[in-house]
Design a protein around this ligand. Structure first.
Ligand code: F6P
Length: 324
């Protein structure tokens, strides 16, 4: 195990650079040669690969985004694309690969690694926190802090004008960003795909408090929520409550993907970067490295991609109580 490639794939996440840095520096530490692969699997197919050293990753730990760029690659899902990638891996004499991304990244790694009997270890890098096998994914903590800061600002104007705000947050089909930021920002309601009673609870609470003239409210809506778009929700509130609530909508969008990674994400990324290279050196493959219950876990790609982490019902219970 002498030459290791590293790439970032899927939606970028703050902390990916810290993970890249740790992978590269761990290779150098063990007298191995790191290779950066640009644009995710596209770079593997186009041979957009370059040797790196400790200096290649200086001054990046604090930067959002990924110096290796990222992309979603349809070509890598084809036989021809994988064949071309395999040729480039052989041409560069790579002995192993570290892939930083989400479940789509690991699905591709699993297929490729098994087809060519090639060692690959994954690092969970996505703001969604929707990867089984780790308590937190790289980027989640930074994204939630970004959302909380934005929602605190929205609360200022909501209370000044007695308005009801629907705030849509990312998370794809998971509600972790919504739940954590909703509790931290003190939102009155949180609507998530994992809980289908959200809309009834919202209407009950709106009916209850419209008498208690608590008329400014914040409703955090996960983008994957099954009650339709935030605009549909706004229309339903208008139908139900008429002008008792003046409603507004804010969609936070890609601001959640950027920004300087938090200390938590930098430390998590550094740990997982080191452990991914050490895992390859110990002969591990076809696995994702994560931290669960404060201990290091290597989870098969098969499991990491097939299962979703369970929403923490205790957090939902807490959110219900404190938003009374
Ligand atoms: O997976 C991360 C994520 O930000 C999701 O939360 C979001 O739904 C998606 O990526 C957006 O993808 P894109 O950046 O391609 O628009």
């Amino acid at each position: 195990m002498e030459r290791i490639g590293v790439l970032t794939s899927g939606g970028d996440a703050p902390g990916m650079n810290a993970a890249i840095r740790a992978v590269v520096r761990t290779c150098v530490y063990y007298d191995m040669i790191p290779y950066g692969i640009y644009q995710g699997y596209e770079g593997l197919i186009k041979n957009d690969i370059e040797k790196m050293d400790a200096g290649s990753v200086k001054h990046i730990i604090h930067q959002g985004g990924t110096i290796l760029k990222s992309a979603r690659s349809d070509a890598f899902k084809t036989e021809a694309g994988m064949e071309q990638a395999w040729e480039n891996i052989q041409e560069n004499n790579l002995d192993g690969l570290v892939v930083i991304g989400g479940d789509g990244t690991f699905t591709g790694a699993m297929r490729f690694g098994q087809k060519y009997d090639f060692p690959i270890v994954g690092i969970p890098g996505t703001i969604d926190n929707d990867i089984y096998g780790t308590d937190f994914t790289i980027g989640f903590d930074t994204a939630v802090n970004t959302v909380v800061e934005a929602v605190d600002k929205i609360r200022d104007t909501a209370t000044s004008h007695n308005r009801l705000f629907f705030i849509e947050v990312m998370g794809r089909d998971a509600g972790f960003i919504a739940v954590y930021s909703g509790i931290a920002a003190g939102s009155e309601e949180i609507l998530i795909p994992e809980e289908d009673r959200g809309i009834e609870k919202l209407f009950d609470s709106l009916a209850r408090t419209s008498k208690r003239n608590k008329s400014s409210r914040l409703v955090i809506v996960a983008e994957g929520d099954k009650n339709g778009s935030v605009y549909d929700l706004e229309d339903r509130v208008k139908e139900e409550f008429g002008d008792r609530y003046e409603t507004k909508v804010t969609i936070l969008g890609h601001v959640q993907r950027g920004g300087r990674p938090s200390c938590t994400d930098r430390v998590l990324a550094s740990r997982l970067g080191v452990l991914s290279v050490e895992g390859l050196r110990e002969g591990k493959r076809d696995v994702m490295v994560g931290i669960r219950d404060r201990s290091v876990r290597y989870t098969d790609f098969e499991k990491a991609t097939k299962q979703n982490p369970k929403m923490d019902d205790e957090l939902l219970r807490i959110a219900d109580i404190i938003s009374i």
